[in-house]
Design a protein around this ligand. Structure first.
Ligand SMILES: [Zn+2]
Length: 507
């Protein structure tokens, strides 16, 4: 392999999906995988097949449909995990099993109650079993950054002899720092000569805000695979963010001297898709993909920017896929024009899917005349998530005002039947949510609500994200409309649909 090439291993669909409330339906996962392939990632970690039927199916479907990147399935060093991963990856053009076992003292003592020798034995058995299925095997000593070095080196060396082709060093709990993590990578190269036969990968978590910094430090010391997620989503504070590392390597190419296969112009689109589908909003000041990442407010900056954008901008926003918000379509564009534009944006939908989107497109075109790409993104996200709808909004009617008691009447379709109810509330949105709760009859708590304008102007599409909780589980929902009350209702119903979907799966 080219020593200056960094392999990008994307785990948005596996580690990223473990972010609280991010759980994705299969179609949404496939849509993200299609986009990741366009973005040019080398490896897609599609799921943890043994963990649920839905994870298995998602991995299987992605392995079958996505042909260019390597498709990877996660497995503990346990027979059933490895067999399930292999079964899910059976149709893959380039399958990889990623097997792992915890190696830090605290995990061994508290989680496993096993000795180092027993864990080593598990790793060897696991890798050999995986090797019986495929050639491409990745091994992770979980919690490497807190593992005693002598044991860490021993297990890595043994993993390579047993057939692992990639060794991944995870900082599972985000405990390390750039100096220490860089040093660890150095020591691995010094103490394990056979590491040169394998790919050395790193997987950093962001608990102390250092995931990107630690990953870059490892790249400087010779690591040649990075495990990342889009928008940095993941458990707790998340994983190393793909876009930040990629743009560091590109913007400071003469410093790092490394290349990736990423088509950076696809970054913004990928970020938006992941945000829409997971319901996890990108903070406005987020590097690279935040709405303010290239906004210049101060007068001095603006003046200089007009003279030469390089005065205050180290990157060209167009390289990342920030384009002018284009006026794309209006009512006259028709179904065909809509279909064509959706295809240009990379969305290939079934004919019924186009019909449903066309219906909502007309509503929006009537209200706001100009329909932007971001509006279409929102409609497609709604459509992608609409597939498992147990509850569907038929209509709503709101009575509100500064001297009226806010009252909402809602009608929902549940299966073939229609149910209607009314409720009052502190405001129109509260009243609508109360009416929905009365119809569905499942007590939930609203723990988060946010409203965002997707496009600019008075007729902007509003996007609402909600999080509901019940029995300690959280579900996010999103909805978009030019009417913020409708967007709120759609988001709330969407969250209820996810809850319903998860309970049917467990039944
Ligand atoms: Zn992780």
């Amino acid at each position: 392999m080219d020593p200056d090439r960094i392999l990008v291993f994307d785990t948005t669909l596996r580690d990223g999906e473990q972010a609280p409330g991010a759980s994705l339906p299969i179609d949404a996962k496939l849509a993200i995988a299609v986009q990741l392939s366009k973005l040019g990632v080398d490896i897609i970690e599609a799921g943890f097949p043994v963990s649920s039927e839905a994870q298995f199916e998602a991995t299987r479907l992605i392995a079958q449909k996505i042909r260019e990147p390597i498709i990877c399935g996660l497995a503990r060093c346990v027979d059933i995990d490895i067999d399930k991963a292999a079964a899910a990856l059976e149709k893959a053009a380039r399958p990889r099993i990623h097997t792992f076992v915890a190696t830090s003292k605290i995990h061994l003592e508290k989680k496993f109650r096993k000795s180092e020798d027993e864990v080593l034995e598990m790793a060897v058995k696991g890798i050999k079993r995986a090797k019986g299925y495929f050639d491409d095997i990745e091994f992770s000593p979980e919690d490497s950054a807190r593992t005693g070095k002598e044991f860490l080196f021993r297990i890595i060396e043994t993993a390579i002899t047993s057939g692992a082709t990639t060794i991944n060093i995870p900082d599972t709990v985000g405990y390390s720092n750039p100096e220490e993590f860089g040093q660890l990578i150095d020591e691995i190269f010094i103490h394990i000569p056979s590491i040169k036969q394998a790919v050395l990968s790193v997987h950093c978590h962001n608990d102390l805000g250092l995931a990107v910094a630690n990953t870059l430090a490892a790249i400087r010391r010779g690591a040649n695979q990075i495990e990342v997620t889009v928008n940095g989503i993941g458990e707790r504070a998340g994983n190393a963010s793909l876009e930040e590392i990629i743009m560091s390597l590109k913007t400071r190419e003469s410093f790092y001297g490394k290349k990736t296969n990423i088509h950076t112009q696809e970054i913004v689109k990928t970020s938006r898709l992941v945000s829409h589908l997971t319901g996890i909003i990108v903070q406005p000041n987020k590097a690279i993909v935040g709405a303010n990442a290239f906004a210049h407010e101060s007068g001095i900056h603006q003046d200089a920017m007009l003279k030469d954008s390089l005065t205050y901008e180290i990157m060209n926003p167009a390289d990342i896929g920030w384009g002018e918000t284009r006026i794309v379509l209006g009512r006259h564009s028709g179904r065909h024009g809509l279909k064509k534009r959706l295809e240009d944006l990379g969305y290939h939908l079934s004919s019924e899917g186009i019909d449903r989107i066309y219906e909502r497109f007309l509503e929006i075109a009537d209200k706001k005349k100009e329909v932007f790409d971001a509006d279409l993104d929102a409609l497609v996200s709604d459509e992608n998530q609409a597939i498992e709808e147990a509850y569907r909004l038929e209509y709503f009617h709101i009575l509100s005002g500064n001297q009226a008691v806010p009252t909402a009447t809602i009608s929902l379709e549940i299966g073939e039947q229609k149910f209607q109810d009314a409720a009052v509330g502190d405001g129109p949105v509260d009243a609508a949510f109360n009416a929905i709760d009365k119809i569905i009859g499942k007590p939930v708590r609203l723990i988060d609500y946010s409203l965002q304008a997707l496009t600019s102007g008075k007729n902007a599409m509003g996007e609402v994200h909600v999080t509901i909780s019940t029995n300690g589980q959280k579900f996010t929902g999103r909805g978009a409309s030019t009417d913020v009350i409708e967007a709120s209702i759609r988001a709330y119903i969407h969250a209820h649909n996810k809850l319903k979907h998860s309970t049917t799966q467990h039944d």
